[in-house]
Design a binder for this molecule. Structure first.
Ligand code: FAD
Length: 643
């Protein structure tokens, strides 16, 4: 019988970024006693790093904008692979979620007539991103945290305890979802500072753990994005959807090496910045794909006029969706027309007065000044693609955010799949977090309230989770014939290098097969990942535990990428370079091959992931009617057109 401390809650939210906090607020407001648990400090999540803004069709800057246009842009950006119902809900509900933030105290930049200002971003037909300079995520998180504190103050007045109905466990990592039969019964976690294990029992768990970027070498993601939620869901029996789609943001810093991958916000291009190669050419005009030809400017003059008169000009191709721009930069560098440090040039200095740059892009100004000693008001930045976002994720019900096949499990935010199809538009993540964070919290609270009895928490599962977490301290001697313990940092580097080189922005069959071989070998070695010392703040131990998640998720990405023999959005195959309409109605689902959920001694030689194909839901007729027939012909499979 395990001596691990247990607490009972109605809803546990794993992750305190935008999705997690919005879910927690909703669950608490609907009467559920709610715990939020996060790996880093409260307030430090990717959401806080979001720069450009929140996409919502509020029509403040261009009156022609509405949810239908936003829906269309989102589907085009995702190359029609989006879970269309999610895209519909997202486009319809995003404005309310932004206005709601204002009622909770957020202060967005304003237009001259006092409305919330909205800026241009790639793939969005109209200026649509509500923003606070280039620090929008900070305001979003600050506001949600403030709302949580105000709810806690209400609770204190009523119960005498601030944390009676809403409690945050910060710097704690969840390593397992616990189950009673098929149903969720809670989570197993450890405190990062002390290494102490504990269990939060709950009939409903919302996973809101963000992305997977740390599986790749060059990434805009910070240390905690090791795909934990994706892996937790897999291990709990939920499938992951379309994991081949990984977004490489076109503009990350490339120099100096210590900051390679750090994001350069798309707002730089949205506000007028242009991309040039080493010959000084604005090369994006050479890379407008056929499906977008009619929507983008043909000349620099037209593109430049668009900033002042968007109704009579087409936008510049620097504002194509991210996958297109990232591929174009990759091609320029490969063709020998890159910048000195292997990127291309992104210039605002010749496009805007210095004081406007400092006002509209303050973080970028400081980032380049402090990290690269580059003054962006006077010279161009050097930029190149960086792994940024994962479109694939937990397969969820569009309306309720319920994870498929595991009653009581919900997922929202970047960890959930479907919403963005094969490629996310900038700004659509922050709105996604709010729309589906709210829905996940709502339905998790309902699920908990509707139960006749709470699911039981199984001691054996707790013991197995504790043993799994302690394994790195006894790596030596555990499998005596298998060699000395492995250093988790060495394994992590090898994993990142493999994913970067073999399953990166441009993919080839042979390389992905090689990646899968490398992953299989790393998986065997990772079972011997060993650490010294004790459980008090021990980063090596934390990484050893995270490796399980990164290896699982990386295998999903590589397997799905090998299977999809076409290029679409964030998945580019050199050996299958065009988008193939026959793949439009196909989803790829990854499931854990081990039916015990990986708790039994799994065979390390065996593949961990089973991959299956599934047909997508036919897109509802009234939504299809929002597009011209000529456009649909470019995307939909033959049989879908008939229907
Ligand atoms: P996150 O905000 O990533 O939060 C995840 C939470 O889960 C964290 O609290 C983390 O500690 C916790 N967690 C993870 N694993 C565990 C575990 N095992 N146990 C417990 N807790 C765990 N999108 C836009 O729409 N507009 C933008 O302008 C924009 N700019 C961006 C700029 C940068 C630099 C980056 C990196 C991303 C940007 N994005 C932007 C993308 C967007 O910020 C993210 O996709 C989004 O914030 C993800 O939010 P989330 O709530 O899903 O997760």
């Amino acid at each position: 019988m395990s001596a691990v401390e247990r607490q009972q809650w109605d809803v546990v939210v794993v992750g305190a970024g935008g999705a997690g906090l919005r879910a927690a607020i909703e669950a608490r407001e609907r009467g559920a006693r709610t715990a939020v648990i996060c790996k880093s400090l409260f307030g430090k999540a990717h959401t806080v790093m979001a720069e450009g803004g929140i996409a919502a069709a509020m029509a403040n800057v261009n009156e022609h904008d509405n949810w239908q246009v936003h829906f269309r842009d989102t589907l085009r950006g995702g190359k029609f692979l989006n879970q269309w119902r999610m895209a519909e809900l997202h486009a319809k509900e995003a404005p309310d979620r932004v206005w709601e933030l204002e009622t909770w105290g957020a202060l967005f930049d304003r237009t001259k007539d006092g409305k919330i200002s909205q800026r241009n971003f790639g793939g969005h037909e109209y200026p649509r991103l509500a923003h606070v300079g280039d620090r929008t995520g900070l305001e979003l998180i600050r506001t949600l945290q403030q709302k949580i504190v105000s709810l806690q103050q209400e609770d204190e007045k009523e119960t005498g305890d601030y944390e009676s109905r809403l409690k945050v466990f910060q710097e704690c990592t969840v390593t397992r979802i616990l189950k009673d039969g098929t149903r969720v019964s809670g989570v197993f976690a450890y405190e990062r500072e002390t290494g102490r294990f504990f269990v939060l029992e709950a009939p409903a768990v919302v996973i809101a753990t963000g992305g997977i970027g740390k599986s790749f070498k060059v990434t805009s993601n910070s240390w905690e994005y090791t795909g934990d939620g994706h892996a937790l869901a897999l291990l709990a029996g939920a499938p992951l959807l379309n994991m081949e789609f990984v977004q490489f943001h076109p503009t990350g810093m490339v120099w100096p090496p210590s900051v390679k991958g750090i994001l350069v916000t798309e707002s730089v291009r949205g506000d007028g910045g242009v991309l040039r190669n080493s010959e000084g050419k604005r090369f994006m005009f050479d890379y407008i794909p056929d499906v977008f030809k009619e929507k983008y400017a043909e000349s620099e003059e037209e593109g430049d006029r668009w900033y002042e008169d968007p109704d009579h000009n087409r936008r510049p191709p620097e504002l194509l969706p991210r996958d297109e721009v990232a591929r174009a930069i990759n091609s320029e560098v490969k063709a020998g027309r890159g910048s000195p440090h292997g990127g291309v040039f992104l210039d605002v200095s010749t496009r805007m007065p210095a004081e406007v740059i400092r006002r509209r892009l303050p973080s970028m100004y400081h980032q380049f000044k402090e990290l690269a000693d580059v003054d962006i008001t006077a010279e161009a930045m050097e930029v190149g693609p960086t792994c940024h976002y994962v479109m694939g994720g937990v397969a969820v019900d569009s309306d309720t955010a319920a994870a498929r096949g595991v009653p009581g499990l919900f997922a929202a935010g970047e960890v959930a799949g479907g919403m963005h199809g094969s490629n996310r538009l900038g700004g659509n993540s922050l709105s996604d977090l709010l729309v589906f964070g709210r829905r996940a919290g709502w339905h998790a609270a309902d699920h908990a309230a509707d139960l006749d009895e709470r699911p039981a928490v199984d001691d054996e599962q707790i013991d197995a989770a504790a043993a799994e977490a302690l394994r790195p301290f006894s790596a030596e001697g555990q499998e005596p014939d298998s060699g000395p313990p492995e250093n988790p940092y060495t394994l992590h580097q090898a994993l990142q290098q493999s994913m970067n080189d073999l399953v990166g922005i441009i993919r080839r069959e042979g390389e992905m097969e090689q990646a899968l071989e490398n992953l299989a070998e790393l998986r065997v070695r990772a079972r011997r990942a060993g650490v010294e010392g004790h459980r008090q703040f021990n980063p090596g131990w934390h990484l050893a535990l995270d490796l399980r998640n990164m290896l699982l998720v990386s295998e999903c990405v590589a397997r799905a990428a090998l299977e999809r023999t076409e290029s679409r959005g964030g998945h580019t195959r050199e050996d299958h370079p065009v988008m193939d309409r026959r793949w439009r109605p196909v989803n790829l689902l990854c499931r854990l091959a081990d039916p015990t959920g990986g708790l039994a001694a799994a065979d390390p030689e065996r593949d961990q992931i089973d991959l299956t194909r599934e047909s997508t839901d036919p897109i509802r007729a009234d939504l299809l009617a929002l597009f011209e027939k000529e456009e649909l012909v470019k995307y939909l499979a033959e049989e879908e057109l008939y229907e």
